[in-house]
Design a protein around this ligand. Structure first.
Ligand SMILES: [Zn+2]
Length: 503
């Protein structure tokens, strides 16, 4: 068994359900009171890095632990938005956009960035040089290339000293794409790893299509890479066909066979890239490939924001990227990729902390923890409550109270159907001015024509037309009683519509 595998087993690595990782914020100390290095804890992540997420997990000033618990290193994230992300159809970043993104990733604490493909041309190489000139010592830049002389020549000419050299390892791609043999692949790995090391590079071997390859052959490729001096093997689920169980089995077998760092590179074709990344980590992977917003080929890659949040909130593992940095990173990539964030996108979507259902709103108002997986404040966000088809009378009461109007339960009940009709018609929650209109219509009906309801179609002539104004929140949450006139609608005077005003 490899030494890393032994360390992994000692840390509970053979049990996918054993939680033996360092909890977020927990501090480990050697008996002399010094911080334990990664190697002292049994695993290393790369050879030349002093800065890593584990360092961020070990603040000074904590008590000495005589018998440190078994510990598993947090995984190191390898962001490949600039390489695999840019391979998404229709996506191309300018030099300035790439430099902005690199700085944003560095500021967010991402420890490794796969920055580009030098062989693509002079412009790409100039951009990579500019990135290297501004790089931070705590963030490692990586060049990507094939095991091809031209790629290696382009890589070695740059001041980026870590290279991911990729080669297909599935029989299908070896035979149908390259018209080569397994023996050729092994010899190519041996030759290019040695050549790259002779050029002063550190090398990760990228096993393209590893998930469709014969696993025994993948082991042979990884062993060959290790013998030639590579420091890492990237297990690429190139077509995104894995599930967490098969991922765990494959990575565990690799973990037990080689001492290399292992990187999972998961694609999301079956919607399991994040789950597969976590399974690989549980099985012994030391690195996880991610892209911001999951940007990448076809269905994309494992999204950075999902992996960071899943590790933090699901497994209490801090991989060094603060939650608060995720929304701005996501917004930046949405902007420069021209791909808006779907509103229900986990972690960063605009409505993932918005609640309408009566049961949920009631629970949230009593205690946010009733319907809160994690505190949105950590992302710089907050719960938003909106009224809609599923709002109960208490939620409607609360919503109108935010507008400065105190409704009785029966009055709130009378508004349920008009609000439901509005959302059915307009496919969105009513905004402030529209809630006031619904109330006005209901009041008029009650006073004058109780048997004739005014639905949204009838209201259309009186409601504001066109898209929602940017300054006008769709939710009722940000709206305060007595809001300034002109922001969305005139403020509601207290006592208007004969309803009670809040105290
Ligand atoms: Zn990929």
């Amino acid at each position: 068994m490899s030494s890393k595998a032994e360390a992994w087993e000692q840390g509970g690595g053979s049990d996918p359900y054993l939680s033996c990782v360092t909890p977020v914020g927990e501090v480990l100390k050697a008996t002399n009171g010094e911080k334990m290095s990664g190697n002292e804890q049994g695993l290393s992540h790369g050879r030349s890095h002093a800065c890593g997420p584990l360092d961020g997990m070990l603040p000074a000033g904590n008590k000495i632990m005589a018998h440190p618990p078994k510990v598993r290193m947090a995984p190191r994230l390898v962001d490949t938005t600039l390489r695999d992300g840019e391979q998404a159809p229709g996506v191309a970043f300018s030099r300035e956009e790439k430099l902005r993104l690199v700085q944003a990733l560095i500021a967010a604490g991402v420890p490794e960035i796969e920055a580009g493909i030098p062989v693509m041309g002079k412009t790409e190489r100039q951009t990579l040089r500019a990135m290297a000139a501004t790089a931070d010592p705590c963030c490692r830049l990586i060049s990507w290339g094939r095991m091809h002389p031209a790629d290696l020549a382009a890589i070695q000419a740059l001041p980026i000293r870590f290279a991911n050299l990729s080669v297909p390892v599935s029989d299908l791609q070896i035979e149908k794409k390259l018209q080569r043999s397994r023996g050729w692949v092994l010899e190519t790995v041996r030759r290019f790893v040695r050549e790259a090391i002779d050029l002063g590079l550190e090398v990760a071997v990228g096993g393209e299509d590893s998930s469709r390859a014969d696993l025994d052959f993948v082991l042979r490729v990884a062993e060959t890479a290790q013998a030639a001096g590579a420091s890492r093997y990237r297990f690429a689920d190139t077509l995104g066909i894995l599930d967490p169980f098969s991922t765990f089995r494959s990575i565990r077998k690799l973990r037990r066979a080689v001492d290399l760092d292992l990187e999972i590179h998961a694609h999301d074709d079956l919607g399991m890239a994040t789950a597969n990344s976590l399974a690989a980590y549980r099985a012994g992977a030391t690195h996880i490939s991610v892209t911001v917003n999951g940007l990448g080929e076809r269905a994309g890659n494992a999204p950075l924001e999902e992996v960071v949040a899943a590790l933090r909130y699901g497994s209490q593992i801090d991989c060094g990227v603060p939650s608060a940095s995720l929304p701005p990173l996501s917004a930046l990539v949405a902007q420069i990729s021209g791909r808006p964030i779907p509103q229900a996108k986990s972690i960063v979507g605009s409505t993932v902390f918005t609640h309408e259902s009566g049961i949920h709103v009631d629970g949230l108002l009593k205690d946010p923890r009733n319907y809160q997986a994690f505190d949105p404040k950590e992302l710089g966000r907050s719960h938003e409550l909106v009224l809609g088809k599923h709002s109960g009378p208490r939620a409607i009461q609360w919503g109108y109270q935010r507008l400065g109007i105190d409704l009785s339960l029966s009055e709130a009940e009378a508004l349920r159907q008009p609000i439901a009709d509005f959302v059915t018609e307009w496919k969105r929650s009513p905004q402030r001015s529209e809630l006031l209109q619904l109330l006005s219509a209901a009041t008029t009906r009650t006073a004058c024509t109780p048997s004739v309801g005014e639905g949204p179609r009838e209201m259309q002539a009186r409601r504001p037309s066109g898209p929602r104004p940017a300054s006008c929140p769709a939710s009722i949450e940000p709206v305060q009683a007595g809001a300034p006139a002109g922001s969305c609608a005139a403020p509601l005077a207290r006592g208007a519509f004969s309803h009670r005003s809040p105290n």
